[in-house]
Design a protein around this ligand. Structure first.
Ligand code: GCU
Length: 335
């Protein structure tokens, strides 16, 4: 009798454990939300790896309730198209360059003005401080929610024709720029001809001589193989264009406050991860570039001053209303 009782108790316990395990399994296997995340860089690029880290953290902290599918290589469209789709809720998340976003939010130009930051440390001091927060919050009321800043280093000029050592060397070069009025005017102020082209088309435009050159950070120049065709790279660090992780407002509004907090927290953590990867990737890209016959010129301090003077009028045009903020940013670099 005793044995039968024990047997029944055991069966009950095993059944309860099986039910609990099954419930847990179901929780993990059936996400409540499956979201899309657009990224225009290749898989092994720091921002893409940051996006994957973000997805992983969110999945972990929501016990699999929220799944984010990172689609790299620009398969969901170029940055401009992705932003448009996000405004209609067609894509849930992305990581985008501020240049693309400033066309609809011109105040963002302040953060990417030419020769504004002394170095990376200066830019991060600004982005991590009050100004950075103010800009993330400046998306409020739009169709997008800004989550965190990603690193994209400094941008430099490169071309197929000649080493750029002076302002005169810029003259007449057809330089690809992002689809941004600020970038067009900056390049033209330096004496070159600006040609706006989508990122993915730059390699073939260089190869077929549609353009003479472009400008980008070391990792982009390397990973997109632009160095194979444009052998002159000049380090002038004309801009540091921060990147931002975004969520479509329509997606954001579907989530509970707790889930919104998890998403914000994971985005910020993934940004720290991306920034660490960025430093490594810059070094790796520089090594690949130096091993592949690229002539790298570091612009002299005197010439850089001439470049800086040449773009003064761009400040007047784009930051007239925000000069106090520009001054504040410059001040941050001296403290
Ligand atoms: C960087 C940035 C991309 C952007 C590209 C460009 O590589 O990470 O998001 O599209 O610049 O020059 O268009």
């Amino acid at each position: 009798m005793k044995k039968i009782g024990l047997g029944i108790a055991l069966i009950i316990i095993i059944t309860i454990i099986a039910i609990i395990q099954n419930n847990e399994k179901q929780n993990v296997l059936e996400p409540e939300y499956v979201f899309t995340y657009a990224e225009n860089q290749p898989e092994n690029y720091p921002t893409t790896l940051g996006g994957h880290k973000f997805a992983e953290l969110v999945e972990e902290r929501t016990n699999g309730r929220i799944k984010i599918m990172v689609q790299a290589e620009g398969i969901l469209g170029d940055e401009k198209a992705v932003i448009q789709q996000m405004q209609f809720g067609g894509i849930d998340f992305t990581r985008a360059s501020l240049s693309t976003l400033s066309e609809s939010n011109p105040k963002l130009n302040v953060l990417q003005m030419p020769y504004l930051y002394q170095d990376s440390k200066h830019m991060w001091k600004v982005l991590e401080g009050e100004i950075g927060d103010e800009f993330l919050n400046s998306f409020a009321g739009s169709d997008l929610v800004a989550l965190s800043w990603y690193d994209a280093g400094a941008r430099n000029f490169y071309n197929t024709k000649r080493p750029i050592k002076s302002l005169e060397d810029m003259s007449g070069l057809r330089i690809r720029v992002q689809e941004s009025d600020l970038m067009i005017d900056m390049v033209e102020a330096l004496g070159a001809v600006a040609v706006p082209i989508v990122y993915d088309d730059v390699y073939s435009a260089l190869e077929t001589d549609v353009i003479d050159g472009a400008e980008n950070n070391w990792p982009s120049y390397e990973i997109k193989s632009h160095y194979e065709v444009a052998k002159y790279y000049t380090v002038d660090e004309h801009t540091r264009v921060p990147e931002v992780q975004l969520c479509a407002k329509s997606t954001w509004d579907k989530l509970s406050t707790e889930d919104q907090e998890i998403i914000s927290e994971c985005a910020k953590e993934s940004a720290l991860y991306e920034r660490a990867l960025w430093i490594e990737r810059e070094k790796q890209s520089q090594k690949i570039i130096s091993e592949n016959g690229v002539e790298v010129v570091v612009l002299s301090a005197e010439e850089k001053e001439r470049f800086r003077e040449a773009v003064t009028k761009v400040y007047e045009e784009y930051c007239g209303d925000y000069m106090d903020m520009i001054e504040q940013i410059i001040k941050e670099g001296t403290q």
